[in-house]
Design a binder for this molecule. Structure first.
Ligand SMILES: [Zn+2]
Length: 182
């Protein structure tokens, strides 16, 4: 994605070197396009030794299987987003437990972060959100090995099944209210 017009004043943007990097900037006002990020989250739900998966109904990877999930809305926390996405896509109600791992892609034009979250199964009836998902199922670990499951989903499921090292949400409570601490 290349920004053409200033989102602040509508003037045509130019490319300038700022802080040692080429960036889109506005010659008419102070706007600088610093970054373009996306934040997504997926949920790992285990019930009686089986993992909740969805079969994608849309490109990319249409027909492939993944853990349920989607993009985090601006006003939401990660844990709200992942519980909402799992409920919307599968009909299953859950409670967030913690973060098990992440997927990340970073390019000059964009940086994408996807957090895999462990969720506790609460209840509900399997019901696929047919606009996005072809099927929803709890699958055994044997089936997991046989189905065309996306590599990141597979890795996050394996991590979620090893509870050691799980980063509990309690440790991240204020991240969305305060500055980032390392
Ligand atoms: Zn401007």
């Amino acid at each position: 994605m290349k920004l053409i017009y200033c989102p602040q004043c509508g003037h045509k943007l130019v490319t300038k070197t700022i802080g040692g990097q080429p960036r889109r900037a506005c010659p008419a006002c102070d706007y600088v396009h610093w970054s373009n990020e996306s934040l997504g989250a997926g949920g790992i739900v285990v019930k009686n030794g089986q993992v909740l998966l969805v079969q994608r109904g849309q490109a990319p990877n249409k027909g492939g299987w993944t853990i349920p999930g989607g993009f985090v809305e601006q006003h939401e926390t990660i844990r709200q987003a992942v519980v909402r996405e799992v409920a919307e896509e599968t009909g299953i109600q859950t409670k967030p437990v913690g973060i098990v791992g992440m997927g990340e892609t970073s390019y000059l034009e964009e940086h994408n972060l996807y957090l895999g979250c462990k969720l506790r199964y609460l209840g509900g009836t399997l019901k696929p959100q047919l606009s996005e998902v072809q099927q929803v199922r709890f699958v055994s670990l044997k089936e997991l090995d046989e189905l065309p499951v996306a590599d990141l989903s597979r890795r996050l499921i394996k991590l979620a099944l090893q509870t050691d090292g799980l980063a509990h949400f309690e440790n991240f409570t204020n991240w969305h209210h305060h500055h980032f601490y390392y």
